[in-house]
Design a protein around this ligand. Structure first.
Ligand SMILES: Cc1cc2nc3c(=O)[nH]c(=O)nc-3n(C[C@H](O)[C@H](O)[C@H](O)COP(=O)(O)OP(=O)(O)OC[C@H]3O[C@@H](n4cnc5c(N)ncnc54)[C@H](O)[C@@H]3O)c2cc1C
Length: 324
């Protein structure tokens, strides 16, 4: 059972959590970033890694994944403990003003303050039927690095933006791409769907996966036409299951924090009703709240600087200028 001792536990490694990790490091605080997903980036990585974002200050246009990579790079010098693939399950006061968070994998995090940047709740990829035993052995839910698919025959499953964008972006990298979707209509941007149909990607609808095959690693997949149940076997070495994600506040509902539906109520310091527990990003609620990345960044800075004072009452809220 792993034990981690830090100053600030950040629950959620989306853009707000990543920026908070940078800011906490800048303030000399040791942090841990906890996320139920195995990749950092929250909604950006899970839902639109290949889309351009136009409204983040300093970037006239930036791809979702590039923005997340930059956030990771910015936080890296402060060495946050990365607990990816961990759902923060329980929060217990330690009786001395701090807390212990326990994750669903049994890791205990002793921390002096908590920052919840949980967005729209913990994300879980929708599983591919018959896929569990191939996770990490050819089956992925994200394509973090397009290069890992070089010269492979790739099966992509899904009908949303992620599935279509990955198919288009892998066209020049993979040896072959088959994209199947269980419906005839795609949910992705019309422009992307037109590009898909004009590309070399083999698009099969309405098709689903029946079985994956392989001795250890994936070697083939049986897919079927869901109108006539006819099977077809294709040789593939990689399967990308882009079936979407479910999100759920789940365990956070039991933490004694005042909620307004799916959001956490905060004051102007971004503190919740529990002293020492702060929140930032999409998960917060107050009059006039706007759910955008840039707003989450600002809230993360406010939350961390106030958490620094909670941890050390002799500290100042204003951190000084980073350019100093
Ligand atoms: C398709 C789409 C396009 C968008 N385009 C833009 C845009 O152009 N500009 C813009 O500003 N915004 C855009 N947004 C909104 C933007 O993505 C969000 O505002 C932003 O991601 C919120 O960041 P966050 O860090 O607060 O939360 P999130 O990105 O939601 O990350 C929260 C993370 O917390 C984790 N988590 C939650 N609970 C737990 C728990 N108990 N344990 C462990 N982990 C947990 C989740 O797994 C998740 O990874 C878009 C959103 C979508 C869906």
């Amino acid at each position: 059972m792993e034990q981690v001792e830090i100053d600030l536990a950040i629950v959620g490694a989306g853009p707000a959590g990543l920026y908070a990790a940078y800011y906490a490091g800048f303030r000399g605080l040791k942090t841990a970033l906890i996320d139920s997903l195995t990749e950092a980036g929250g909604q950006v990585t899970a839902l639109y890694p290949e889309k351009l974002i136009y409204d983040v200050a300093g970037f006239p246009a930036v791809k979702g994944q590039e923005l997340i990579d930059r956030c990771l790079e910015q936080a890296a010098p402060y060495d946050p403990v990365m607990l990816l693939g961990h759902r923060a399950e329980t929060l217990e006061p330690d009786g001395q003003g701090g807390f212990t968070i326990t994750t669903h994998r049994g890791t205990h995090i002793a921390t002096r303050a908590v920052l919840i940047t949980g967005g729209i709740g913990n994300f879980t990829p929708r599983p591919l039927p018959d896929g569990a035993s191939y996770e990490g052995r050819g089956l992925v839910y994200f394509v973090r690095e397009l290069e890992v698919m070089r010269d492979l025959d790739v099966l992509i499953v899904g009908g949303g933006d992620s599935a279509v964008d990955w198919a288009l972006n892998l066209e020049e990298i993979a040896r072959s791409i088959t994209l199947i979707h269980r419906r005839d209509r795609f949910r992705a941007h019309e422009d992307s769907v037109s590009k898909l149909h004009a590309s070399s990607v083999e698009v099969l609808t309405p098709y689903e996966v029946r079985h994956l095959h392989g001795d250890g690693e994936i070697q083939a997949a049986t897919i079927f036409d869901n109108r006539d149940q006819q099977d077809r076997r294709i040789e593939v070495q990689a399967v990308v299951a882009a079936l979407g994600f479910t999100s759920d506040l789940g365990p956070l509902r039991e933490w004694g924090i005042e909620l307004d539906k799916r959001h956490i109520l905060v004051d102007t310091r971004m503190q919740t009703n529990v002293p020492g527990v702060f929140a930032a990003g999409d998960i917060t609620e107050y009059p006039g709240k706007v759910r955008l990345i840039s707003v989450g960044y600002g809230e993360a800075a406010t939350a961390v600087n106030n958490a620094a004072v909670h941890i050390d009452p002799s500290a100042k809220v204003f951190p000084g200028h980073s350019s100093g």
